[in-house]
Ligand binder design. Structure first.
Ligand SMILES: [Zn+2]
Length: 88
C-alpha cells in the first residue's frame, strides 16, 4: 500500500480561486506538490518534508499556518491587508 500526498490550497473553495480561463487555484488543476509515500510513519514524514520544500520552491506560501498556492497568495494577502487596514 502507498499513501498519496498532495498539498491543497486553503483558498481553493473561495469564489476568487477562479479569475478566468486557465487562471485558477492550483488545487483546481491538481498542481500541488505531490508524492507517494510508503505506508510507514518514517516515509510519510520524509515525503511530507519533501512536499513542503517543493511547495516553497514553487511559490506556495504558508500564511497563518495554512498553505496557499501561487495563484491565491496575492489574493489572500490583499484581503488580509484590507482587513488589517480596517482594524487600523
Ligand atoms: Zn489556491
Amino acid at each position: 500500500m502507498g499513501i498519496w500526498m498532495e498539498v491543497r490550497c486553503e483558498n481553493r473553495s473561495e469564489e476568487n480561486a477562479y479569475t478566468g480561463y486557465d487562471n485558477a487555484c492550483w488545487s483546481h488543476e491538481n498542481q500541488g506538490s505531490m508524492e507517494m509515500a510508503a505506508d510507514t510513519q518514517a516515509s510519510v514524514k520524509t515525503v511530507f518534508k519533501s512536499i513542503e520544500k517543493d511547495s516553497l520552491k514553487n511559490g506556495w506560501k504558508k500564511i497563518k499556518g495554512e498553505w496557499f498556492c501561487p495563484h491565491c497568495v496575492p489574493i489572500v494577502e490583499a484581503i488580509n491587508a484590507a482587513i488589517n487596514s480596517e482594524r487600523g
